[in-house]
Design a protein around this ligand. Sequence first.
Ligand code: NAD
Ligand code: DAU
Length: 351
Amino acid sequence: MKKTVLITGGAGFIGSHVVRLFVNKYPDYLIINLDKLTYAGNLENLKDIENKPNYRFVKADIVSADQMLQIFNQFRFDGIIHLAAESHVDRSISRPMDFIYTNIIGTTNLLNMALGQWKNNFQDKVFYHISTDEVFGSLGQEGFFTEQSAYDPRSPYSASKASSDHMVKAYHNTYGLPVLISNCSNNYGPNQFPEKLIPLAINNILNQKPIPVYGKGENVRDWLYVEDHAQAIDIIFHHGKKGETYNIGGNNEWKNIDLIRLLCRIMDRKLGKPEGDSERLITFVKDRAGHDLRYAIDATKLKKELGWQPAHTFETGLERTVEWYLLNRKWLENVLTGEYEKYYERQYQHR
Ligand code: NAD
Ligand code: DAU
């Protein structure tokens, strides 16, 4: 094999798309998918590639130095693409410590392992950390986040991701570890866990349950189809300049309420229902604590320097996403376990 690449969090939403892309596109790379399989990790996401000869799955917790040491003793990695994280803002508000352990301590554990294995011989090695635009805080009505924007995280989730970004940069500055970081906007697409806005709304429409919209639905997010994010990760992994950060975004801003209305129209059409049928499920509920008003990414650097462009428009991406959830009701049923029901009850009962 030409390279051995460790992908963490590969059983999750974005990670599974990255693993699939790498396993299929690079048959001469050995891809190791390391995942703890939390509620958000699901090996069903990778059924189509699980028997490929260049793919291995390892169940492990990045917080455990012992488990990481075992894996780093077993394999010699050329590259690490680190996606494993606690990723849901609402959960970070109710259980911040999970985010401190996985996002900060887990990331630092991996940095130590990479440093130990590569022992200052950094030739052709890279530790690529996948991060979020939320580290830059909240925008007003105007402006965009660039790579120069100051860090201003405002939720336990974004603070834990900001902290992990700082550790990655510190290992580069202090020890010379070859690192890359990208900060991406909101992803959507197949296999997203139905705690996030779009799949939660799709699932609720399918089950004729209220669609909870926080506050007045005025908050703005910049949406990117998940396969476009995976493509950007491939390009940055292979061509990014070590020590640099790249912003990734869809240049596709939507107010939550407008997005939900569009989604309702698509669902009505796909389900053969009269227009307006799903919209009546929209229910305004108590706002998220510290709810960031607006995120918007300026991805000029990635486009100009590395030639990345998203391939999907929002309309085509959203259609594909809805179609996937309609065709994969079994997948939805399987992830909607007792844990999900309990989470949903806790999260939405007093809103
Ligand atoms: P996800 O929650 O769907 O998946 C996370 C994966 O990490 C799961 O498979 C889970 O089992 C695994 N994991 C969690 N804790 C672990 C641990 N301690 N050890 C090993 N594995 C563990 O998340 P996602 O939405 O796919 O996000 C992936 C990454 O991309 C995260 O780092 C997130 O911060 C970042 N990101 C996400 C978005 C987005 O819109 N979803 C946007 C920008 C950046
Ligand atoms: O910007 C990148 C980030 O996008 C990623 O780093 C996070 O991992 C990812 O979860 C996402 O964070 P958000 O908080 O923006 O995503 P979420 O889907 O939770 O919410 C999107 C918007 O919809 C946000 O303004 C809150 C609102 N919302 C969310 C839920 C779950 C609702 O109005 N109702 C809901 O039930």
